[in-house]
Design a protein. Structure first.
Length: 128
């Protein structure tokens, strides 16, 4: 019975040593990279007709953008600015943090315009 235990203990030690070796780690990393590359190639080789099924997803994404950049987003942004200015005026908020958050809000509202401009459109809030 002790020879079986010795065998399994030796096998376990060999497995640990093999798994922690740089060669096996390279093998795992390269296998993952090859699998990921094959997946990307498989996805990009799909027919263009398969992209027609994404209309519902595009519509949902457009509604989310309009929700955040529309009247609701503008109201929440205004309330945030008012609260931040009041907190900064009374010393509860750092003016640098106020500028960072303000820049983030400005970026959020400008994102649709920037993406539309970079995509070749003339602006228009990201609407197709």
């Amino acid at each position: 019975m002790s020879s079986v235990k010795t065998f399994w203990a030796g096998l376990k030690d060999a497995a640990k040593e093999g798994w922690n070796s740089p060669r096996s780690q390279k093998l795992v990393v390269h296998s993952v990279m090859a699998t990921g590359t094959a997946g990307v190639l498989l996805l990009t080789s799909m027919e263009p007709a398969a992209a027609q099924n994404l209309q519902a997803l595009e519509s949902a994404a457009q509604r989310v953008v309009q929700f955040f950049t529309g009247p609701f987003g503008r109201s929440v942004g205004a309330i945030a600015f008012i609260g931040m200015f009041m907190a900064a005026a009374f010393g509860y908020w750092n003016w640098g943090a106020l500028l960072r958050v303000g820049g983030s809000l400005a970026g959020m509202f400008a994102a649709a315009e920037l993406v539309s401009f970079l995509a070749g459109g003339g602006g228009g809030g990201g609407t197709p």
